[in-house]
Ligand binder design. Structure first.
Ligand SMILES: NC(=O)c1ccc[n+]([C@@H]2O[C@H](COP(=O)([O-])OP(=O)(O)OC[C@H]3O[C@@H](n4cnc5c(N)ncnc54)[C@H](O)[C@@H]3O)[C@@H](O)[C@H]2O)c1
Length: 396
């Protein structure tokens, strides 16, 4: 059993966004709920949550009491909150001081804050799980990689798509298709989500870092043994988000990546598009990709699993309980098989295992999405931003 500190108390952790309960597909959040359930299953001990504004916890307790408890009446939703009073950007440090070395720290804060918080957590001797995108620059990635290695700690990236059984099968298939030739990926969020992201969208991060991170990670993982990225050029569409947020911010970003197959030298191309101006639809987020290798191809629409639900309250929706299953069964949370949950459980179990057998770290660094094997993802995302800012092709 291992203790956990979660840094960040926004939509992904609690289901609360700036204005209140998120109007997304994650109104119950993902991280805190999964950990409450893991505590019930005896996998985690204490749960600590660090934000910046102590007042925000009143809303969180009310939301958990009213909404989580109405779905799962017996779920223990208690946690230690930081800061206890007032406002502090560094309340997480106070929390770190309360944790035993070798505990878990999970970072779900805006993209540009991941580096410093992860560095502080590693220096305090904790295993760390970081939301995608892990960090924004290659320099930051290499610095954390050095530190995690020196300390013998696990630094894992939270890329739950790797735990989706269909995406994971596609990766296994892709590895039998010979050289890499072409990938197209698309992922979107509705424009209402721009309200949730208003404090950082176009200021400290962009839609490519936020959403392209998923499919770029998947491709890098699939072809890591036989192809490498060599250059990136990015293009953008504008005109909606900038009006809504009254500042410069792209609506849609497309990264075109040139790849080279390691043995044959044959070229491959991947095109990754991410947008946050989608209209309301039967799903919150569109997510799909097409991959072609020299001897096979794969087409996946992750948003449409052939499972539709209609209600008087919200009309028709294409459902994906494979990610997070919120609908209770016999008054209990029943989403332990969801790939959102599995991604977090894998980190918790692996960290706990390391406290008994530290030598397992080498194996985890091969098989899990860790700082050791995701450098190309950071390189491509950073090059995408640079290409937009400098208006040219970036060579890696
Ligand atoms: N929302 C999603 O569906 C989703 C899914 C996967 C990953 N993520 C990732 O999770 C991270 C957070 O996303 P979100 O949607 O929850 O954002 P959000 O804007 O709703 O929440 C961010 C939270 O971070 C807190 N924060 C900022 N600086 C902090 C600091 N110094 N110390 C402690 N807390 C701090 C804010 O107060 C806020 O509670 C991002 O990196 C995002 O890419 C989000």
């Amino acid at each position: 059993m291992i203790d956990v500190l979660i840094v960040g108390i926004g939509e992904y952790v609690t289901g609360l966004s700036g204005e209140g309960v998120a109007k997304s597909d994650k109104s119950f959040g993902v991280i805190a709920l999964s950990l409450f359930d893991m505590r019930e299953r005896g996998l985690v001990g204490e749960i600590h949550l660090a934000g910046r504004d102590a007042k925000r916890f009143d809303l969180i307790w009310e939301h958990f009491d009213k909404n989580l408890k109405s779905a799962y009446p017996f779920l223990d939703t208690s946690f230690h909150a930081y800061p206890e009073e007032g406002y502090s950007d560094e309340a997480y440090k106070e929390a770190l001081n309360q944790m035993q070395e070798g505990s878990c720290v999970m970072i779900f804060t805006p993209d540009d804050t991941h580096f410093q918080i992860a560095k502080d957590a590693l220096e305090a001797g904790m295993h760390v799980l970081v939301a995608k995108p892990l960090v924004k620059t290659t320099t930051e990635h290499l610095e954390l990689q050095r530190l995690a290695k020196e300390k013998g700690l696990l630094l894992m990236l939270e890329v739950h798509k790797r735990f989706d059984p269909i995406y994971a099968d596609a990766v296994d298939q892709i590895r039998t298709f010979g050289d890499f030739s072409l990938m197209h990926s698309y992922m979107s969020q509705p424009k209402t989500q721009l309200d949730t992201f208003a404090s950082w969208a176009g200021i400290s991060s962009d839609i490519s870092y936020y959403l392209n991170a998923h499919h770029i990670d998947l491709l890098c993982w699939a072809v890591q043994d036989f192809a490498k990225p060599v250059s990136v050029v990015a293009t953008a569409s504008t005109g909606v988000a900038d009006k809504k947020l009254e500042r410069e911010v792209e609506d849609t970003i497309t990264l075109t990546v040139q790849w080279e197959n390691l043995q044959s030298g044959a070229l491959g191309t991947s095109v990754h598009t991410a947008s946050w101006i989608a209209p309301p639809s039967d799903v919150h987020s569109q997510q799909r990709f097409f991959y072609m290798g020299h001897t096979g191809e794969v087409n996946i629409d992750q948003a449409h699993r052939g499972y539709g639900i209609s209600t008087d309250r919200v009309g028709y929706k294409s459902a994906n309980p494979l990610f997070m299953k919120y609908t209770p069964r016999n008054g209990k949370f029943a989403g332990q098989q969801g790939y959102g949950y599995q991604s977090i459980e894998t980190f918790v179990r692996s960290s706990d295992e390391l406290s008994k057998e530290p030598t397992k770290l080498a194996a985890y660094n091969k098989t899990l999405p860790t700082i050791e094997n995701t450098l190309n993802v950071t390189k491509i995302l950073e090059a995408g931003r640079k290409s937009l800012d400098e208006g040219k092709v970036i060579f890696l």
